[in-house]
Design a protein around this ligand. Structure first.
Ligand SMILES: C=C(O[C@@H]1C=C(C(=O)O)C=C[C@H]1O)C(=O)O
Length: 472
């Protein structure tokens, strides 16, 4: 248990100021109280987080961790305008936040994400929110507790502050252990959507489209529907991702009875102090079973012409997009290999200095970059049109942007890969592959199997492949 004391009367003063502001302006206003607390292991926050709330957010990346409970204000958007709508709500709200406390400013305030494309799935097209209780830490910085209450113009709700403070105590005093891994559940079934032969035929058609000049690259995804005999325990699944995927960004978004979870290696964009950072990630290769084989496969990936072309398309698009809003854009001449526990990719870091930081926030970059050719294709619209017609399902939040922001419009977003939508006893997993000239459908299918392992391991589904399909 961490020891801390929340200054209730200090927070009540901040709240009273927000009530006055809301009455004067006639607008809903947020009151936020920030203070530093002792460091706490994010994995130990998971069990009480999901017990205490139906709205939860988890983000654990190499650069920052953000765990959050409840909502004080929602900012949502629909359709293709989903990014603009969230920005139009959050920008004025962020300017008006009445802040107090001893914690540093500029720490994460807003969390959430966006669907890959507008759709009619159970998750909204775009939803970011200011949590009631938020615990964050950026690399090398302090652990900060932020408490927020939304104030509507009109009569104040005086016990709201006390309730948020109680929620924070309830959460932090229940910290005491990491979740156990779920055991494998007998009777779990795995269904492939579409069936492998149909998916390979689609991949073959994508190769033909590339040959005919319709597009240079399209990312074709498929689904695994995993049905278990009892409901999934979200803390166990998230805990297993943290343990099994070091170096990736583990995320979870829980909205009522739906949760979207994953461990992605791909950063979409981060913005801090006028610097924007992104990553071109593409092309895949397995890990070897011996050190010699592992080195051979690593060298083979770096030397593979098709892989280099595939990644180069992503790098070129990111560079162009960065050059529209940034000066001093830097991209290394050669890609690197990113090693993950179950597979590896080519990647290049892309960095730039934002030319006009007062008018370009992280959400502008998210909108500009999404979807990159790592998850969509190139040229973008031709590839997206083909994907929408070919894939027999809605991608939901898979391959969409998930992340956090602060009141200065800075933040960090990942591309939500290696992910699953959890609803009761069903987990719907997604994985895709970039199809370019020379892609072999059989090899691409195998690649999706490697990508599915991230979530299947966390869900304790062993041996997926010819043996695991059907029943496992
Ligand atoms: C689309 C996915 O991954 C993306 C596609 C890759 C590829 O085509 O090789 C590699 C990494 C990611 O950029 C996924 O994991 O579902």
């Amino acid at each position: 248990m961490t020891s801390f004391h929340i200054d209730l009367s200090g927070f009540m003063e901040v709240h009273a100021k927000a009530v006055a502001e809301a009455c004067n302006s006639g607008r809903a206003t947020l009151a936020t109280w920030r203070q530093q607390i002792d460091p706490v292991d994010p994995a130990e926050l998971l069990i009480p987080l999901f017990v205490h709330t139906r709205r939860a957010f988890v983000w654990i990346s190499p650069q920052s961790s953000v765990l959050a409970m409840g909502t004080a204000a929602d900012f949502s958007g629909r359709g293709t305008a989903r990014f603009a709508a969230v920005r139009a709500g959050w920008e004025p709200a962020a300017r008006d936040v009445v802040e107090g406390g001893t914690g540093p400013r500029g720490t994460p305030s807003l969390v959430g994400g966006f669907a890959f494309a507008p759709g009619d799935g159970p998750m909204p097209d775009g939803l970011m929110w200011v949590p009631r209780v938020l615990i964050s830490r950026e690399a090398g910085g302090p652990t900060v507790l932020a408490l927020s209450v939304g104030v509507e113009p009109g009569p104040a709700v005086p016990d709201d502050v006390a309730r948020v403070v109680n929620q924070a105590y309830g959460w932090l005093t229940a910290v005491g252990g990491r979740p156990c891994r779920s055991p494998h559940l007998e009777g779990t079934t795995v269904t492939e959507v579409p069936p492998p032969d149909e998916w390979k035929a689609l991949a073959g058609r994508a190769v033909e489209q590339v040959g005919g000049g319709a597009f240079g690259k399209a990312v074709l995804a498929r689904q695994l529907r995993v049905d278990a005999p009892c409901s999934y325990d979200i803390p166990s699944v998230v805990g297993a991702l943290i343990e099994g995927q070091p170096g990736s960004t583990v995320f979870a978004v829980a909205l009522d009875r739906h949760a979207f979870v994953g461990a992605t290696p791909e950063r979409l964009v981060g913005v801090r102090a006028g610097q924007a950072r992104s990553m071109s990630l593409a092309a895949s290769m397995p890990r070897g079973t011996t050190p010699a084989e592992d080195t051979r496969l690593r060298d083979a990936l770096l030397a593979d012409d098709k892989s280099r072309r595939e990644q180069q398309m992503v790098t070129a698009m990111l560079r162009q997009a960065f050059e529209r809003v940034c000066g001093d854009v830097r991209v290394p001449a050669e890609p690197y290999v990113m090693d993950l526990p179950n597979l590896r990719h080519l990647h290049s870091r892309i960095e730039g200095r934002i030319a006009d930081p007062s008018n370009t926030g992280v959400l502008d970059l998210v909108e500009l970059l999404h979807p990159t050719p790592a998850v969509g294709g190139h040229p973008r619209q031709a590839a997206l049109d083909w994907i929408a017609a070919a894939e027999p399902f809605d991608r939901g939040w898979y391959a969409g942007p998930v992340g956090w922001m602060n009141t200065d419009q800075e933040g960090d977003f990942a591309v939500a890969l290696r992910s699953a939508h959890l609803h009761g006893r069903t987990a719907t997993l997604y994985a895709g592959c970039g199809i370019v000239a020379g892609s072999d459908p059989e090899a691409e299918l195998e690649e999706t199997r490697l990508k599915f392992r991230t979530m299947l391991d966390a869900l304790a589904v062993p041996g997926y492949g010819p043996v695991g399909v059907g029943t496992s």
